[in-house]
Design a protein around this ligand. Structure first.
Ligand SMILES: Cc1cc2nc3c(=O)[nH]c(=O)nc-3n(C[C@H](O)[C@H](O)[C@H](O)COP(=O)(O)O)c2cc1C
Length: 296
């Protein structure tokens, strides 16, 4: 019997994966100040031992306020490189190709007291604060944050980078009519931020290494981007992107699954004290802005 295609090698530019099993990016919520630790090294290397061909690190923030939670990995400063390099090497030693997912949460982050940013001054959801509308200069600076993150990703030795353009985070916020009501060039041409980021990544990231991109192919909300539009947009990005990872959803959970999809994830305060005891609420039910999730 011939080998099933799933277990055959696949190449993207000069990077050849041993098979087509890809581990999807999944936040671990255990970093401190964006730094990787032993959990990350063990967790990702274990998947390489398990024979994954490609391993995508969780969404890793290009800016400190771009983290989803305080426990998210970061790549916004050079000091993050050595920890990320140790994760990459741990995966590569066991035969996997490894990439880092570059992201910014925008208005969907949890740093309520330090200010969230977005294309337009529209809150993500009830109880979420109104974000600051990015000025054009701030948008340009953010594009550069992605480029600097790509430079660091290369210094850390990753085989590929994956742009997080899905799930209602910043890039998705720019491309969606539900969150981008700007009247400048980033609003009249909503995919422009995505193109600027990809252009900056392609200029910074080595030509022989691939760039992947994760998109929400359908936003599920009335008035949100639909599949035809997303597919057409993505088709125009072939010069930048070597693999499109098709996900879905952007803003809300579908009504049919209104309960939390992560029932085991609960919150805790970063510094529990007598004055502020540890929060044990379900994350979805917790209104404490400084909470971060802990896995049980
Ligand atoms: C705990 C957890 C953390 C996740 N973190 C991320 C993430 O950091 N980046 C990302 O793009 N997707 C993340 N996801 C979503 C998954 O990568 C994947 O997209 C999702 O499980 C649905 O699969 P689908 O995209 O094939 O529909 C996470 C999922 C889970 C369960």
């Amino acid at each position: 019997m011939s080998t099933p295609m799933l277990f055959t090698p696949i190449a993207f530019r000069d990077v050849q994966a041993r098979n087509r099993l890809m581990m999807s990016a999944m936040c671990q919520y255990v970093a401190v100040d964006g730094f990787a630790n032993d959990w990350h090294r063990t967790h990702y290397a274990s998947r390489a031992v398990g024979q994954a061909g490609l391993i995508s690190l969780e969404m890793t923030a290009v800016h400190p306020l771009g983290r989803i939670t305080p426990g998210c990995l970061g790549i916004w400063k050079d000091e993050h490189v050595s920890g990320l390099r140790s994760i990459a090497q741990g995966c590569q030693q066991h035969g996997a190709k490894v990439g880092v997912q570059l992201g910014h949460a925008g208005r969907k982050g949890e740093f309520f007291d330090q200010g969230l940013v977005a294309p337009s001054r529209i809150a993500f959801a009830d109880k979420w604060p109104l974000p600051h509308e990015l000025t054009q200069a701030e948008v340009v600076a953010l594009v550069d944050s992605y480029a600097q993150a790509a430079r660091r990703a290369n210094e850390a030795g990753f085989d590929y980078i994956e742009l997080h353009a899905a799930h209602g985070y910043l890039v998705n916020q720019f491309s969606s009519p539900l969150s981008n009501r700007r009247d400048d060039a980033y609003g009249t041409d909503r995919p422009r931020f995505l193109r600027d980021v990809l252009q900056a990544l392609r200029e910074t990231w080595p030509r022989h290494k691939p760039i992947f991109m994760k998109v929400s192919t359908i936003e599920r909300d009335e008035g949100g981007a639909q599949q035809d539009e997303v597919v057409a947009r993505v088709a125009g990005l072939r010069e930048y992107v070597d693999l499109v990872i098709a996900s879905s959803g952007a803003w809300r959970r579908p009504a049919a699954s209104a309960s939390t999809p992560f029932p085991a994830i609960r919150c805790r305060s970063p510094k529990p004290s007598a004055a502020r005891p540890a929060c044990r609420a379900r994350r979805s039910a917790c209104s404490t802005t400084r909470c971060w999730p802990k896995k049980y």
